[in-house]
Design a protein around this ligand. Structure first.
Ligand code: SAM
Length: 231
């Protein structure tokens, strides 16, 4: 499978194993991952957030239920919501999630926004699990004809150590544990460079109190709903 599919496969395997009920994808773009997650039986609420409204709206039809979905209802009720907004902003719509994914998102953020994402994601949204994927810059020597970053909009690409240092600091600061893995195996002669996409899996070390959740639920909504459908 192509690299982006390997990243989605990774998320799907994680979901098959741990059965989260509420899942959100930040920087969901044209919702390719969400379209796959629609078929995960355990999920009851699926949310996508992106700052680019036109990308977000591009394929919304494919997230709406089809006649067949009414004829053969899912075992569990599924709500799908898409929001137009920024990961730098706090909105109660993203509270109380079991899993939040950021697939190839962080490298698109300038330093100031990355700081805000960190605070919003780990200090406000506080999901049980966070999966973050980002390019491993050490792999770039193996990519033909590449000069500079893999994509013109990337603000940085990190080595394994740079990503792991950042992630470990975040985890310590917000009381999460973090494990590292990746997708896109290097060839046998270059094992040391590591995976093409590096992945951090963060798990919350504490149980969120009802009180803290209630306080955060009182925050004003800032995201704009662009799709809200129930299966
Ligand atoms: N996650 C998708 C995937 O794996 O197929 C695509 C990721 S794409 C490379 C990065 C996405 O992040 C873009 O759709 C972009 O609009 C979005 N993005 C960039 N800055 C953002 C922000 N501050 N808040 C929300 N989304 C943002």
């Amino acid at each position: 499978p192509r690299l982006f599919q390997q990243r989605y496969n990774f998320v799907v395997s994680y979901i098959d194993k741990y059965k989260p009920k509420k899942v959100a994808d930040l920087g969901c773009s044209e919702c390719s991952l969400l379209r796959r997650l629609k078929f995960c039986d355990c999920i009851e609420e699926l949310v996508g957030l992106d700052i680019d409204k036109s990308l977000l709206m591009e394929k919304t039809e494919s997230l709406k239920p089809l006649i067949i979905d009414y004829l053969e209802p899912l075992k569990t009720r599924l709500t799908v919501c898409l929001y137009h907004g920024s990961v730098t902003e706090k909105d109660p719509a993203l509270l109380d999630f079991d899993l939040i994914t950021c697939i190839e998102l962080i490298e698109h953020l300038i330093e100031d926004d990355l700081g805000k994402l960190r605070d919003t994601l780990f200090g406000f949204m506080t999901p049980h699990t966070v999966i973050i994927s980002t390019p491993n810059s050490e792999f770039n020597v193996l990519l033909p004809n590449l000069t500079g970053f893999r994509h013109y909009d990337h603000k940085f690409e990190w080595t394994k150590k740079e990503f792991q240092d950042w992630a470990t600091k975040v985890a310590t600061c917000y009381n999460y544990s973090v494990d590292f893995t990746g997708v896109g195996d290097p060839p046998a002669h270059a094992k040391d460079v590591g995976f093409c996409s590096q992945i951090g899996i963060f798990t919350r070390n504490y149980t969120e109190s009802e009180d803290s959740l209630k306080q955060k639920k009182a925050f004003k909504s800032v995201y704009k709903t662009v799709l809200n459908v129930v299966y």
